[in-house]
Design a protein around this ligand. Sequence first.
Ligand code: NMX
Ligand code: MLT
Length: 742
Amino acid sequence: MRRAGKRLAVLLHGATATSATGARRLTTDLKAAFVEAIPPEMERLKLLKKEHGAAVLGQVTVEQAVGGMRGIPALLWETSLLDPEEGIRFRGYSIPELQERLPGASPGGEPLPEGMLWLLLTGQVPTAEQAHSVADMLRERSAVPAHVQQVLAALPSGTHPMTQLCTAVLALQSGSKFAAAYDQGVHKSKYWEPVYEDSMDLIAKLPGIAAAIYRNTYKGGKLVEADPKLDWAANLAHQMGYDSEGAQEMMRLYQTVHADHEGGNVSAHATHLVGSALSDPYLSYAAGMAGLAGPLHGLANQETLRWVHGVQQELGGTPTNEQLRDYVWATLKAGKVVPGFGHAVLRKTDPRYTCLRGFAQRHMPDYPLFNLVSLLYEVVPDILTQTGKVKNPWPNVDAHSGVLLQYYGITEERFYTVLFGVSRALGVLSQGIWSRTLGLPIERPKSLTIDAMLQHVGANAAATPRRSGPNRAARAPARHFPAMQAGTVEAVGAQLLSAVRTSGTPTDEQLSSLHFIYGTNLAKALQIVDQGGVACYVGAGSGRRVYLVHGHAAEHYLVHPDHYCSCQAFFFDVVSKDEAVACKHQLAARLAAALGKAREQTVMARLLLRSLAGGDFEDGLVDVLADMGADEPHASIAQAAAGASAMHARLPRSHRGGGGSAKGLIFLLVLAHLVIVAYWALMWVRQRRRQQRSDGRQRSTVSTPKAVGCTYDWTPTVPQKLPTLPKIPNIQLIQLPKAALH
Ligand code: NMX
Ligand code: MLT
C-alpha cells in the first residue's frame, strides 16, 4: 500500500524526495503531502464500504427526523470529530495537545493556522518548516482581484459584513478553476485537483477580503496593504489595522480554534451539501457562510457582545450575581436565548471557550469585560439548568471570543462572524478537497411528510417488538410516537371521544388529536353536528341505537357509529382500501353522541329493524304501523313512532329521502342486504390478511428476542399517553371556516 501511495505521489508530484543515501526527506509542499495521503485513505474507504457497507451506525427516530436530525450519524467528515463531553479533536488531537504541538510564529507562541490547515488536509502535524511553507504558498495567492474590491465598494453602507463576505466570495467564483475544468470535461478522478487549487486560492484571499470589508465598513474605506513578512492570520490583523504583537497572536489562536467542528454544524454541512452537487468551492463555501450568518450559529458571537453590552448598560460594569440572575431570567422570559450558551452536541464547557479563557487569563486578567464574562460563567448555567429544557447549559466558543477582540480594540461586533468564517474555511474546504478526492456522491437524504411518518409507524407497529421488563424504560425511551395500527388508532379515537364526553366541550388539544386520527373528516363531521344533522333512534326496550346522518349532498345515511355507514366513502375508503378509520358520517355520529348533540328519539323495535335492513325510515314507519293495524293497542309505541316521524320531518327536506314505491323498497332492501353481506365478507378477508401478515412478521423476527435477550410482547395496546400531536388551528364548533371543509 505504502508503495502504491509513494508511486502515485511520485508520479504526480514527486512528493517525497529521497536523498542519494536513501533517507526520506519530508516534503514542505502541502499539495505533495496531500497527494501522498490519498492512496491509503482511498483504500480505507474502499474497505469500509466493501467489508462493512451493511453495518448499522444508528437508527433514526421520528423525534430525530423532526428535531433537527440530532445525533444521526450520517455524514463522512474526516478532518475533525466532536465528542459531547470532551469537545473537538482535530485529526485526533485535542486543543491543548495542538497548542503544544502545532508550530507558532515564534517558539512557544500561539499555533499558526497554516499548521492547522496542514494537519486537517494531510492528517499529520506539520513541522515549523512545513507550516511556514504553507504561509508562503498562501501569500503568493493572496491578491484580491480588483472586481471583487469594486463589488464590495458598491454595496450599500449598512450591508451586514456577513452578507458582504458571501457577496465577495461569489464574486470570486468567476475565477474558479474547478468550474472551468468541469466545463472542459475533466475526468472525475481528477476533480480533486482544481478543487484543491480553488480552495487554496480562496483561503489565501480571505484575509484580504475580510480586511477590506472591515476597512470599508468601519474605517472609511482606506485599505491596508498586506505585509509580505507576515503569516496568514497576522496579515489579517495587520490589514484590518491591528499591528500589536498581542493582537496578532490573538488572531492566530482565534483562527486556529474556529477552523473546524466536525461535519454536522450548519456551515460545514451546508458547504458539504452544496459541494456534493459539484458546485465549486466558492459556491459551496458561500453557502456555508450564509449558514454561519444565522444567530443560532456563527452570528452568536456578535449576539453575545450585544447582550453583554446590554448587561453593562443596564447594570453597570460590575453587577452583582443577583442582578445578573434577574437579567438572565428577563432574557429568557422575553422568549430569547442567552447567546454563547448551549450547544447541539456538546454537553460540557466548550474546550474552545476554555482555550480562549486561558489566553485572557494570560493577557488580560484584569480586563473588566473578561471579569463580566467570568461572572456569567458562574450565573448562567445554573439558570439554564433550572429551565429544565436546555440540554447543555455550559458556554460555547462564542461566549468568549468577543472579549479578546474587544480587548485589542476590534470593537465592531457586527464584524465578528466574518472572523469566524475566515477560520472555518480551513476545515470545510479541506474536507471539500477530500470529498472530491474520495468521490463522495451527491448528498440526498430521504424526507418524509407527517402523514408518511404516521403511516410508517403505524404500518410497522406489528413488526416492531416492544421491549418489556425492567430494561424497557432505559433502553427504549419514549423517543418514538407510540406505534399504532388500525385497531389501536380506533381505540385512541374512542378514548378521546370518551374524554370529550366527560368534559362536554373538546379542548384544542383533543381537537388536534382527533384531527391527527381522522384527518379532514373531522372538520366535515363537526359541521354536520353543528347543523343538527345527526338523529339517533333508540330501540324501545333494547336500547339499541341507530343514527341517521346528513350527507354533503341531498341524502342521509344509516349509520352504526362503530361498524357501518351506508355511504360510498365507507365502502371504499374504510372497508375496501382501509385508508380511513371512519367515514365523516360515522365520525359525526360519534361526535354528536359525545357532545350530546344527537337528537334522540325512542322508536319501536320493529321500526328500528326495518331501518337497519335498509328501508326508508318513513316507509318503514308506515309499513310497521300498517302491519300493526290502525287499532294497534300499544299506544306508546305508536306515539313514539309518530314522534320519530315528526323528528325526522324536521330534518331538512333535501336530506329526508324520497317516498319510494313498494318495488323501490324491495330493491333497496335487497341492495342493503347485499351491502351488509359484502361488508362482512370484506371484513373477514381483511382480518385474515392481517393475521397472515402478523404471523409472517413473527416468523421472520423469531430469532431476535434470543439474540438480544429480551422478552417481546406482541399484543397491540392502546398507548396510555396520547402522542403530542401537531396543533391545528382552533376549530370552532359552531362556525367552521368553509375552507376547512374541502
Ligand atoms: N438560552 C435559552 N434557551 C436555550 C439556550 C440558551 N442558550 N440553549 C438552548 N435553549 C433552549 C432551546 O431554544 C430549546 O427551547 P425550545 O424547546 O423552547 O425550542 C431548548 O432549550 C432545547 O434546546 P437544546 O436541545 O438544548 O439545544 P439545541 O440543540 O436545539 O440548540 C443551540 C443548540 C446552540 C442553537 C442553542 O443552545 C442556542 O440557541 N444557544 C444560544 C445561541 C448560541 O450560542 N449559538 C452558538 C452555537 C455555537 N456556534 O458557534 O455555532
Ligand atoms: C461550530 O463551531 O460549528 C458550532 O459550535 C456549532 C456546532 O458545532 O454545531
